[in-house]
Ligand binder design. Structure first.
Ligand code: ZN
Length: 470
């Protein structure tokens, strides 16, 4: 699903139900009856407060630009099997205005200061990775062919799909020699761990997380397990749990118990009452996620490119950026320019002397600009999310329609201490381009974080294992 097209049958607001929204987009779930659109969400752009320069390739905030950036740029860094495909569809102002009107009673008031951008020519169709549409279609067919069991408590009413969305953040410690010697703590304490202290200073009720991304990226099962438990205890905006597509609130007093009992129902569905797990559902989930994260290569790819695209640290990048002409500061690359930047980067990291970055003081103006763009690309990879979806392995009789070819990004995993199998897939989302104009705010935040951390006299070496929970 990756061709821009016109699908007029989808331009009916009654087919779409509000699911969620962020700063830039509203996401709607398909509620119609056509099975080929089951499990599809529609993303529509909201109005922007600020726009980039409209280049020959169009507005860099458009869905079209985001689509091309994922398809042609990010796919050169991260295998396309991990990238959630998006299909652009032509939309009309009439449809967007009708959609906007139909959403006015369901959108949170706190979000309503920005409306749908009714001038956008495109919307995007994407897979909803928090559900498995084939399971829903089969269950619907099963309920229709067995009406006597409809509504009764059975394994069919237990949760079918667990999805965990993780924002893994920065997976490396910088090695840039340009970092101010007074900020040498950056070489041992990771950005996320230092940022937690800064958030604590800025927000009175901030509960500090013991999550360290370096544990999550470590490939060491014990460290990965520790990091996942930390995330579940204090998810902030780094972990979201979905059960059958519905978000489960975590970290809010009693709702922790509720969310974890949902997990137990999920595993009971898989193994059956007779084999009911004797360890908590949350431990099962952590074990499964650990196995997937350690064996899959997505996080390692992310970490590799985050680090290699950020050779000089913001302390090396900002002085270069600051000297640029205003026009250059405001120019965000077109897709063709991004392509050149990525090709230059890939040539650099495949060269024999890739381990030795150019001496910062010796870089030409052209090289400086190139490394600024690399840094901005790294910012996209530092801010993306990863979704892991788990569901029961298909049984021939009831789920015979499901066929997935095993490969990178998906597979089968055995439930610990059971013979039952689960299917999983792992995808990367939120990989939109960042603006060059954000570099000054990146620098200001970085300096605030590190200066504040230095005043605390806290010593933490993130290259070592974090505190382990019992
Ligand atoms: Zn850390």
């Amino acid at each position: 699903m990756d061709i821009s097209t016109s699908l007029p049958e989808l331009l009916d607001p009654s087919l779409w139900v509000y699911k969620s929204e962020g700063n830039a987009n509203i996401v709607l779930s398909y509620a119609g009856s056509d099975p080929k659109y089951a499990g599809i969400v529609l993303r529509v752009r909201k109005t922007q407060n600020e726009r980039g320069i409209v280049s020959e390739d169009g507005d860099i905030f458009s869905l079209e630009h985001e689509h091309d950036f994922q398809r042609h740029i990010i796919s050169k860094l991260i295998n396309s099997c991990y990238i959630s495909q998006m299909q652009l569809i032509r939309v009309t102002p009439t449809f967007l205005i009708a959609l906007s009107n139909s959403l006015s009673t369901v959108r949170p008031p706190s979000r309503q200061h920005k409306d749908l951008d009714t001038s956008q020519p495109w919307a995007a169709l994407m897979s909803d990775h928090t559900i498995v549409p084939e399971l829903q279609i089969n269950d619907r067919a099963h309920a229709e062919s067995n009406p006597e069991t409809h509504g009764l408590e059975s394994s069919e009413s237990l949760p079918k799909v667990i999805a965990v969305e993780i924002k893994p953040k920065w997976g490396f410690l910088p090695v840039s020699p340009v970092i101010n010697p007074a900020h040498s703590v950056k070489y041992t304490t990771c950005r996320y761990c230092m940022h937690q202290h800064w958030k604590g200073r800025k927000h009175e009720h901030h509960i500090q997380s013991s999550f360290c991304p370096l544990d999550l990226y470590s490939k060491d099962p014990q460290r990965v397990r520790t990091s996942l438990k930390s995330l579940l205890r204090s998810p902030q905006n780094n972990l979201k749990l979905f059960v059958d597509g519905m978000p489960i609130m975590l970290g809010q007093g009693q709702s922790i118990d509720k969310s974890f009992s949902v997990l137990e129902s999920f595993f009971r569905r898989i193994v059956g009452e007779s084999e009911a797990p004797n360890v908590a559902g949350v431990d099962h989930l952590v074990d499964l996620l650990t196995t997937i994260i350690v064996s899959d290569s997505l996080l390692q790819m992310l970490k590799y490119h985050q680090q290699n695209l950020d050779q000089y640290d913001i302390e090396g990048i900002f002085p270069w950026y600051d000297k640029l002409e205003l026009d250059t500061k405001l120019h965000d690359p077109s897709i063709a320019e991004w392509n050149e930047i990525v090709q230059t980067y890939l040539r650099r990291i495949s060269s024999p002397d890739a381990e030795m970055p150019r001496d910062w003081a010796e870089c030409s103006l052209t090289e400086q600009l190139h490394y600024i763009y690399e840094f901005v690309l790294s910012a996209t990879l530092k801010d993306c999310s990863v979704i892991i979806t788990l569901w029961p392995e298909a049984e021939e009789d009831s789920y015979g329609r499901i066929r997935c070819d095993p490969g990178e990004g998906e597979g089968t995993i055995q439930l610990p201490s059971s013979t039952r199998l689960l299917r999983y897939k792992i995808r990367i989302v939120d990989i939109d381009p960042k603006r060059l104009g954000k570099i000054p705010s990146y620098f200001a935040l970085d300096q605030n974080i590190v200066r504040h951390f230095r005043t605390l006299n806290v010593h933490k070496d993130c290259s070592l294992q974090s505190f382990t929970f019992p």
